[in-house]
Design a protein around this ligand. Structure first.
Ligand code: ITT
Length: 203
């Protein structure tokens, strides 16, 4: 195994994702590094219309720049009553410079008056693995839940405080990381990462 393959770049600037991936991928025979640790400050413009396009864009750009095999995650929340919004726009839903809290409040406002049985939603995560030469493989995962009327819980990130899981009687932000990873969109996608790295000939 050469040095370029001993390390894998987690091509994200989202600290919540990094925390989850470090736990989910700890069995892989690679050192996981972040752009920040390598001094890479590139912000990839997410110009794609789908999670797949944006995951590919982030992975290929960062793999080319770092010369390391790179894993990128593009994820989002799809709310049925909003025709699948915010979807790929999840990070930018309340405008530039908004915080997780702003996005949660904006989404709750959009859903004002929608009854509980019509507040169904899913998180989707697409992971792209790219080699520095641009070859890419992808996998994905989902997690289904209901958007609550008010935020609850402190763990996780993003929309977790309003994503209610009926089977646990809790929001995603009330669950410890290990349980979130067992059931989440990111967990379900991450369990397929070994398969896509094998397709790329990395393991
Ligand atoms: P990178 O592009 O640097 O990875 P990002 O936060 O911009 O970071 P995305 O473009 O994939 O990532 O946006 C996904 C958004 O969807 C994220 O900012 C959250 O608001 C939301 N999201 C994704 N996964 C989530 C999760 O597990 N729990 C709660 N919200 C999540």
């Amino acid at each position: 195994m050469n040095k370029a393959v001993n390390r894998i770049l987690l091509a994200t600037n989202n600290k919540g994702k990094v925390r989850e991936f470090r736990s989910l991928l700890k069995g892989l025979p690679f050192e996981l590094v972040t752009p920040e640790e390598l001094g890479i400050t590139t912000e990839v413009d997410e110009t794609g219309k789908t999670l797949e396009e944006n995951a590919r864009l982030k992975a290929v750009t960062l793999a080319g720049e770092s010369k390391l095999v790179s894993l990128a995650d593009d994820s989002g929340l799809e709310v049925d009553a909003l025709n699948g919004e915010p979807g790929p726009l999840s990070a930018r839903y309340a405008g530039a410079g908004a915080t997780d809290k702003d996005r949660v409040n904006y989404l709750l406002k959009r859903l004002h008056g929608v009854p509980p049985d019509k507040r169904t939603a899913r998180f989707r995560c697409v992971i792209a693995a790219a080699k520095p030469d641009g070859e890419v493989e992808m996998c994905s995962g989902e997690c289904h839940g209901i958007i609550t009327g008010e935020p609850k819980g402190e763990t996780g990130f993003g929309y977790d405080p309003i994503f209610y899981l009926p089977e646990y009687g809790k929001t995603m932000a009330e669950l410890p990381l290990e349980i979130k990873n067992n059931i989440s969109h990111r967990g379900n996608a991450a369990r397929k990462v070994t398969g896509i790295l094998a397709k790329l000939g990395i393991i």
